[in-house]
Design a binder for this molecule. Structure first.
Ligand code: HEC
Length: 109
């Protein structure tokens, strides 16, 4: 049921953008740019390699599993240093499936 709800929400978000009912078809690139999903691009750069601050990580080409795990660790607090606080406040705005889709997209950049 929860999955169905997520699918419905995702379908609503992606109305107008090509979307199938398969959750694996979530558009990681669109999610990455979506301000309602935390606006990753504002800090990490639209192309994921020109971050807003020189000290912020470049994400383009990063290994998908690694990137996904970092997102999970930042959200849970397992990864916590001075800079992590910047992202911790927004990463909960994405579901696990969305994190995976974004991580996959990042790995392909
Ligand atoms: C407010 C700025 C900000 C926003 C918005 C933001 N991040 Fe980050 N992100 C950071 C910072 C700063 C770090 C480095 C954290 C650290 O030093 O531990 C980081 C780290 C990461 C990492 C780990 C990179 C690595 O090499 O270990 C990933 C993956 C990541 N962000 C993905 C995302 C995604 C996906 C989103 C959108 C859902 C997002 N970020 C939104 C600032 C931001």
């Amino acid at each position: 049921m929860k999955k169905l709800t997520q699918l419905t929400v995702a379908a609503m978000c992606f109305a107008g953008i090509s979307y199938t009912s398969n959750v694996m078809a979530l558009d990681g690139g669109a999610l990455y740019l979506d301000a309602t999903k935390g606006g990753c691009s504002a800090c990490h750069g639209k192309d994921a390699k020109t971050p807003m601050m020189a000290t912020f990580p470049k994400l383009a080409g990063q290994n998908a599993d690694y990137a996904y795990n970092q997102m999970k660790d930042i959200q849970s607090g397992a990864r916590a240093n001075g800079q992590t606080a910047m992202m911790k406040g927004i990463i909960h705005m994405t579901t696990d499936e969305e994190k995976k889709a974004i991580a996959k997209w990042l790995s392909e950049q």
